[in-house]
Ligand binder design. Structure first.
Ligand code: ATP
Length: 504
């Protein structure tokens, strides 16, 4: 067992040592909460994305995919409400200077008497204060806090040959000294707005604004869904827990369009679909839960919402949200552009007129998952320890990453025992067969066989196939199972079949 408080530390160091995830720009001191996926992390993340795509798009007749651009017309974000309200309540602690989101701070009762240390330091003087809000500083427990300020989470940039700084300088030169801060703010806003673009904070809006094009070009009939995977960007005030919350991340989102009145049934459907997807790919099903949002948590346009939570080492936290968003988004973009974003069903009776032919704005169920967050979840889920006995008969703990074989970066490792006597040639031949069968494998000749087994346990390779002297004579190999560490001698030609079966 790995204690929960050690788990994250162990994982972060494993990710670096074994080429899963590195700190971005590390040699320059790193950039806050930015991460690079190394060779094995890239394979893992791609495998997760592939599993999602296969399950949510390829296998479903009424689902199609798309890939929208990250930068969209700025009006998209005004209409969707992101410019005015995609903001977090930001608070500064006057005592320890921590900056935090009040909606994420632990809740306490107003009026609670708090004791905290001056400056949040271990050797600080003990201070006392009364909580005047239903939260205190999450770092030092001080109730001595700044006002809440709204902080918009979208990243801004500018597009085109206009240099907003140049324009701004020109405008400012024209001003007289009496200009108020308010006027100056407005002027800056006006200049920036001329060329503003946002990095999308979610992939969803790209789907809504292409509703007509996708529906018409593909002849889709409601109920149907559009799926998308891609990067999203949020200027998070607090980035935390490694890749759990970062400013740049990846999402896997579905907008599922259905007839008004049927949204309850489809919400139920997607809840089950998504939960069983996680259950199929994870070892410990008990760590996933569905949590229904309380009415006060619901966004004003949503009529129901569930989170799929995972029990991370710091407790249950969101992996995916599944929201019933009514017709809000299509309606808003329709109103904002004057384009009809609706669906006509010639075979349905309009409930209002009683006549054949029904035009309506579809309702939407949105299962919205984080790919990078799911990567963290499957990394944590894979961390396993068992007690074995080493070659000297001594009890020894063995650490291994028990990835689902379809998620594992390599499916098999081919290990010639020595670098001579025809073994490397045989290993290369087998490796070629794996590659011809599109099975990602690794030919590994470095270090002792024990070290190679340990290395492949640590990166979660389901099978180690060892080539020895006997292999050269009779074309048999030993195949070692990652999860049991048991070995079996089999004929070499069976290797592909065994690994393929495991991947089914
Ligand atoms: P949170 O409450 O954790 O901030 P959210 O409710 O704002 O998340 P959504 O807007 O519903 O998140 O986004 C859908 C999914 O995208 C989340 O369930 C999560 O998996 C992922 N996600 C959102 N923000 C981040 C982030 N900053 N870093 C990594 N993944 C994220």
């Amino acid at each position: 067992m790995i204690a929960p408080n050690e788990k994250m530390q162990k994982l972060v160091s494993l990710c670096k040592q074994r080429g899963f995830i590195f700190q971005s720009s590390e040699i320059y001191g790193g950039l806050k909460s930015a991460y690079d996926y190394g060779p094995l992390g890239t394979e893992l993340k791609r495998n997760i994305a592939q599993e999602w795509w296969h399950e949510c798009v390829t296998r479903k007749e009424n689902m199609v995919g798309m890939d929208a651009s990250i930068m969209m017309h700025p009006k998209v974000w005004e209409t969707s409400g992101h410019v005015s309200s995609f903001s977090d309540p930001l608070v500064d602690c006057h005592n320890c200077k921590e900056r935090f989101r009040s909606d994420k701070a632990p809740k306490i009762e107003i009026g609670t008497e708090m004791t905290y240390l001056e400056g949040g330091k271990k050797n600080g003087k003990t201070l006392k204060g009364t909580a005047t809000r239903d939260y205190v500083c999450p770092n030092c427990s001080s109730p001595n806090l700044s006002e809440e300020r709204q902080f918009n989470g979208m990243f801004r940039s500018s597009i085109g040959p206009i240099d907003p700084i140049q324009d701004l300088a020109a405008e400012i030169q024209r001003l007289d000294k009496q200009t108020s801060t308010e006027e100056l703010r407005k002027l800056i806003h006006d200049v920036i707005s001329r060329s503003i673009v946002y990095l999308r904070p979610e992939t969803a809006q790209g789907i809504f604004v292409q509703f007509n094009n996708v529906q018409q070009s593909m002849g889709m009939k409601v109920p149907f869904g559009i799926a998308q995977q891609g990067k999203a960007f949020r200027n998070e005030i607090v980035t935390e827990h490694f890749i759990f919350r970062s400013c740049e991340f990846e999402q896997m989102e579905i907008e599922f369009f259905c007839e008004p009145g049927t949204q309850g049934k489809w919400l139920e459907y997607w809840k089950n679909e998504r939960m069983s997807w996680y259950h199929r790919l994870a070892n410990d099903k008990s760590k996933f839960r569905l949590r229904q949002h309380a009415p006060e948590e619901l966004a004003h346009y949503a009529d129901n919402c569930y989170d799929i939570d995972y029990e991370f080492p710091w407790g249950f936290d969101e992996l995916e949200g599944i929201a019933s968003r009514t017709d809000y988004d299509l309606k808003k973009h329709g109103e904002g552009t004057g384009t009809k974003l609706s669906y006509f069903d010639p075979n349905k009776v309009d409930p209002q007129t009683g006549k054949m032919g029904y035009r309506y704005i579809p309702y939407v169920i949105e299962p919205s998952a984080g790919l990078t967050r799911a990567t963290l979840c499957f990394l944590l889920d894979a961390m396993s320890v068992d007690e074995g006995i080493d070659a000297g008969g001594v009890k020894k703990e063995r650490f291994f990453m028990k990835f689902h074989p379809r998620l594992a970066p390599y499916k098999a490792a081919i290990l010639p025992l020595v670098k001579k006597d025809g073994q490397p040639e045989l290993a290369e031949k087998l490796m070629q067969e794996f590659l011809d069968n599109k099975i990602n494998s690794s030919l590994d000749v470095q270090q002792s066989i024990g070290k190679r087994y340990a290395r492949h346990d640590e990166i979660g390779t389901p099978y180690c196939i060892t080539i020895d002297n006997q292999s050269v004579m009779d074309q048999t190999v030993t195949i070692r199972d990652r999860d049991t560490s048991l070995q079996e001698r089999i004929s070499m030609e069976k290797c592909i079949e065994i690994v393929k079966n495991k991947l089914k």
